[in-house]
Design a protein around this ligand. Structure first.
Ligand code: GLU
Length: 543
């Protein structure tokens, strides 16, 4: 993945200049071999693009732009009677500059290896949640009240730039409070956390997002509520004029979202400004307390805040921006290091504790992931080091969160082990959860291999841990050997007792017809012979 764990720019894998890589020929021919070819031993370019699409690498991905252009140029016109196929050398030439991402996709090495399974789950969740018509659109300004309430989009982007969208994913909506995340990041990048937090706290307020309340130091409680976000606006690029400050923020969103420009809804902005008594009250109150940096122009700051709320994106862009946060600040599609990893860490921490209005504690409990919502019905969810998800559906619940947005989050956490503390409870059969980071079957295989290894080594602690992760204790390897066989053969009485107490089958048969009792016998573990004979009701005298 393109993670810059230390905040450094990751190696640019997708654009190695031709002729500079010593492994070029051999390794690249390997990628060709990863794609299924016809009997001709040649590869259809359309098949190449389809396989990439299935892994989530879409044709408009900048990391395969040259390959797409090369194929377009090489495509025979008029189309030949026979299917157009590429030989290995033609494939290598066409894909040369993008081969990093193409090889990783072909080998199933991207962040979510079984991407079609994720797509199928998102499609199912979308259909289930679509029926939910609870809630009401925000009505404090006519521009939001008029939005078609039924619109609904889910968009995902992994830290390797695998993308999928469903629903109204190309319809623009305004960021509203989701803008607070990026503005906070910008203040951190410019001033560092010490200076920023001389002006804004980092505790949940326990109050409504626009409540007239401040912390004991007279500062806004945190940057994710209105007062704190107004404070962020006072800190961003103070030396620039209003137009350049806005461009700076809009350009940051563009970079986070993969390079496609964002919009601006002027009527939302004008309406926000005209109905902003509460935000003005927050601003004056903070000024009275001396909370702003000296020399702050309050009116300009508030207007800047309304403008940021009125920036428009679609769900696809918001998902890529969320994936940039998941990827430690580096955009997965362009590898542009927009924010440092440290900045993103701070922002995700506050999104986790304060990002979902008065529902933040409940959201942290049930979903366990950093997120930020806005009154337009936007919800940005971040699964660190894995993916970003954008959900947009305008009907809101009593807290101001998108009703369907919350339901999609629930659906995801129900089927994947992405809640931060799922790492304690694992995946395994009983949890009903899968690990999206694994290849198909990988978790089951690893569980069984780990179990058999722990049984042979006498590592009861590890077996208890695997039990907690719901690894089936009676599972057998390819040879039909179970943990009980191995513990019996190696003479690990405590493990044999533990497995029997957990109710595993006491006489499984391996591919050579052997049972654990046979193993205990063969290796002379007398006590275990007796134990297993008792457990299986075997008459030792008769053997
Ligand atoms: N522009 C809105 C306000 O300041 C933001 C509301 C929100 O999304 O939380 O009231």
């Amino acid at each position: 993945m393109a993670v810059a764990k230390n905040g450094k720019r990751p190696a640019d894998r997708s654009s190695t200049p031709p002729g500079t890589d010593p492994h070029q020929g051999a390794a690249h021919a390997g990628a060709f071999g990863c794609f299924e070819q016809g009997s001709s031993g040649r590869l259809s370019p359309d098949r190449l693009l389809n396989v990439l699409r299935r892994t989530g690498i879409l044709p408009d991905d900048p990391r395969i732009a040259e390959t797409v252009a090369n194929l377009d140029r090489a495509r025979p016109a008029p189309p030949p009677a026979e299917p157009w196929l590429l030989a290995a050398e033609e494939f290598a030439a066409a894909t040369q500059r993008n081969r990093g991402i193409i090889e990783r996709a072909a080998r199933g090495e991207l962040a979510v290896p079984d991407f079609p399974a994720l797509v199928a789950d998102l499609q199912r969740i979308y259909q289930e949640v679509r029926a939910d018509r609870r809630g009401a659109v925000a009505a404090y300004i006519p521009q939001l009240a008029r939005v078609d309430a039924d619109q609904f989009a889910i968009s995902v982007c992994t830290v390797d730039g695998q993308r999928f969208s469903i629903g109204d994913a190309d319809v623009n909506f305004c960021l509203q409070s989701v803008s607070k995340t990026v503005n906070y990041c910008l203040t951190l990048e410019e001033h560092g956390p010490d200076t920023v937090h001389r002006h804004v706290g980092r505790e949940p307020s326990g109050q409504g997002f626009n409540e007239l309340t401040f912390n004991k130091a007279g500062l806004p409680h945190n940057p994710m509520i209105n007062a704190g976000a107004i404070m962020s606006c006072s800190l961003i690029q103070r030396g620039l004029d209003a137009a350049d400050r806005f461009d700076f923020v809009a350009d940051t969103w563009k970079r986070l979202a993969g390079g496609r420009g964002v919009g601006f809804n002027n009527s939302v902005y004008l309406s926000e400004r005209n109905t902003a008594d509460r935000n003005f009250a927050l601003g004056y109150s903070m000024r009275e307390r001396g909370a702003f940096p000296s020399g702050t122009d309050l009116l300009a700051t508030l207007e800047f805040y309304f403008q940021c709320c009125s920036i428009e994106v679609d769900a696809q862009q918001l998902a890529v921006a969320a994936a940039s946060l998941a990827n430690a600040g580096v955009c997965p599609l362009t590898e542009d290091p927009v924010f440092s990893a440290r900045t993103v860490r701070h922002c995700l921490s506050l999104m986790s504790s304060c990002g979902m209005y008065d529902f933040s504690g409940e959201f942290a409990f049930t979903i366990g992931l950093p997120a930020k919502s806005g009154v337009s019905g936007a919800l940005m969810l971040v699964v660190p080091q894995l993916m970003g998800i954008a959900i947009w559906s305008p009907r809101l619940d009593a807290h101001g969160n998108s009703v369907r947005g919350i339901e999609v989050c629930r659906g995801l956490v129900d089927c994947y082990n992405v809640h931060t503390y799922d790492l304690l409870t694992g995946t395994g059969a009983g949890s009903g959860k899968r690990d999206p980071r694994l290849r198909r079957q990988q978790s089951a295989i690893e569980g069984i291999v780990g179990l058999c290894f722990a049984a042979s080594q006498g590592d009861l602690n590890e077996i208890r841990r695997l039990t907690a992760c719901n690894v089936p204790l009676g599972a057998a390897d390819y040879d039909g050997r179970t943990a009980l066989h191995l513990a019996a053969a190696e003479g690990h009485r405590d493990i044999v007792e533990f497995l029997l107490s957990m109710g595993v089958d006491p006489q499984p048969v391996d591919r050579w017809g052997g049972t654990p009792l046979d193993d205990a016998n063969r290796f002379g573990h007398r006590e275990l012979v007796q134990l297993l004979a008792d457990a299986t009701g075997t008459d030792l005298a008769g053997r």
